[in-house]
Design a protein around this ligand. Structure first.
Ligand code: SAH
Ligand code: DHB
Ligand code: MG
Length: 235
């Protein structure tokens, strides 16, 4: 077995034992693959973790960048409970359509608003319309824009908001500061995001590396301590 097959087999074992299978989200994952969308949604364990984080945070309003077929969306929609909302931003109309069908089939569609368009535009519309604050934000769209999405998320946050960023390790390519490689723009966006999380006094976070059937990756988790930007010269 390759490492990736071993990581996948251990994930399967953990789902069967400690995590517990979740037929409703498994159906959404399968339907997303059957619809021909790329199989790049979060793992079962990470989906459950994000649902638990939303529950621990008492989240009633979640904002997501990058819907795909609604797999991660569904974990958040279940976690916010009746009366809670998930606002999710997706560029591809076809992905939004598949997600809409999946979330409706799961009986959670009423809680989810899918905004179709480039997330930089749709998130600006949210800011301009006075939306938020959100309790949890999940950043998982085009990685080149990660730092821009983090900036926007801060404008839609309150002290205590949790901000999660997916795919921040990318098989170790996060270390490649040279800008070489096929996903140079993505790596640059991820590095800018991580540097911002570390430098910005409004954020206090950590990063965990992960292995799964999708390989070696990681996610960033931060809490918003303050929402006012630091003023230069002020002490
Ligand atoms: N969060 C999902 C996976 C998202 S995959 C899950 O774990 O289940 C990344 C998604 O971001 C894709 O559906 C892709 O179409 C979308 N995306 C890419 N560029 C985007 C952009 N500029 N604005 C909004 N969404 C974008
Ligand atoms: C990939 C994985 C992701 O979770 C994602 O959001 C985007 C891309 C990938 O494996 O290429
Ligand atoms: Mg992802």
């Amino acid at each position: 077995m390759t490492s990736r097959e071993q990581w996948s087999a251990v994930d399967d074992y953990l789902v069967e034992t400690a995590i517990r299978p979740d037929p409703a989200s498994d159906r959404t994952r399968a339907a997303t693959h059957e619809a021909g969308l790329p199989p790049i949604e979060v793992s079962s364990g990470q989906g459950k973790l994000m649902g638990l984080i939303a529950e621990l945070a008492g989240a009633r309003a979640v904002l997501e960048f990058g819907t795909l077929g609604g797999y991660s969306t569904q974990w958040f929609a279940a976690a916010v409970g009746p009366g809670g909302t998930v606002t999710t931003l997706e560029y591809e109309p076809r992905h939004a359509e598949v997600a809409r069908a999946n979330l409706d089939a799961a009986g959670l569609g009423d809680r989810v608003q899918i905004r179709v368009g480039a997330a930089l535009d749709t998130v600006q519309e949210l800011i301009d319309s006075g939306a938020g604050p959100f309790d949890v934000v999940f950043i998982d769209a085009d990685k080149a824009n990660n730092a821009n999405y983090l900036d926007a998320a801060l404008k839609l946050s309150r002290p205590g908001t949790v901000i999660i960023g997916d795919n921040v390790v990318r098989g170790g390519r996060v270390l490649d500061a040279s800008g070489a490689g096929t996903d140079a723009e993505d790596v640059a966006g991820i590095r800018a995001y991580l540097q911002r999380q570390g430098d910005d006094p409004r954020l206090d976070g950590t990063v965990l590396q992960t292995v799964s059937g999708k390989g070696w990756d990681g996610f960033a988790l931060a809490i918003v301590r303050d929402v006012e930007p630091a003023v230069a010269g002020a002490e």
